[in-house]
Write a protein that binds this ligand. Sequence first.
Ligand code: SF4
Ligand SMILES: [Zn+2]
Ligand SMILES: [Zn+2]
Length: 322
Amino acid sequence: MAPAFDVPACSVCRAPAVVSQAYSGQNLCAHHLDRSVRKKVGRELRKQLTIDGPTTVLVAISGGKDSAVLLSMLVDLIGNRPDVRIVAGCVDEGIEGYRPPSIEAAAQLCEMLDVEFITTSFAEQDFLAMDEVTASLDAILDKHPEAPRLPCSYCGVFRRQGINALADMVEADVVALGHNLDDMAQTVLMNLTAGEVERSRRLAPHTERPAEGLAPRIVPLRLIPEQEVHLVSMHRGLPIHNEVCPNAEGALRWRMRDVVATLEEDRPGTRHGLVRTLDAIRAMTPAEGDAAEPVGACERCGSASSRAVCKACEMRDLVNIK
Ligand code: SF4
Ligand SMILES: [Zn+2]
Ligand SMILES: [Zn+2]
């Protein structure tokens, strides 16, 4: 009997495909998609991470699919090595309704994969919880008209500091982040449309230009499309929390998602093209004497910073209006 609708066959084994990669012309079943993603992640990992001696990798996880797939792949690829310690860490931003269930998913994931799990929160880092920042945003802007208008601007800076604190807790040599191909393409486009070439150059991976005083960031999923990460997370049965943060919608990134998705549909390969643009920009600029960020120490909190008072301390002042 003819199938009710035409499911393309896997280019490798002829089983029903779960994904058609317009950018590569391949169709893949769940099993072969998983294998292909694992191979690509392994290749990126070898490029981004040199293990020569005992190495602690802090994997920043959020309870979402990207970091779950990243952690699961890293456990597969390097988890058995005696010289590698993998620790997963999650930062609680203090967003009611969104963060508690995702921390729960993150904890379940670590239990399933038998990975050490640590957490910190904005409150523990002496920042206001995001719910409080959001609630007082009008008052913050009244007092400081120059302050950022979107919650994500605060959240991003505080979370970065939280991840640094987690890395310090376990003396991490490297921090792995779950950015996928779509995230990377959106970021490149956002930076380029704002004329922020310098900022693009400072993006992870920091293999070539680590910033002094900070564990370098690696992004092994940088060439894996979001949809494929999602399919792999389902195929592997990873516990994940799928909700989107309530603050996400107003952010520029949210609009860039649509832009990048539309461009990719019109011209498959656009996302890879944007990432290649980034790599080309980085290759054109000398690595020597040009760290990911010039670094000294913040005179207030002591954390690595390119300025006298770090961005996190500056933002902490902005939101503490009482
Ligand atoms: S969407 Fe914005 S506020 Fe929500 S977790 Fe992400 S950066 Fe933070
Ligand atoms: Zn197959
Ligand atoms: Zn500081």
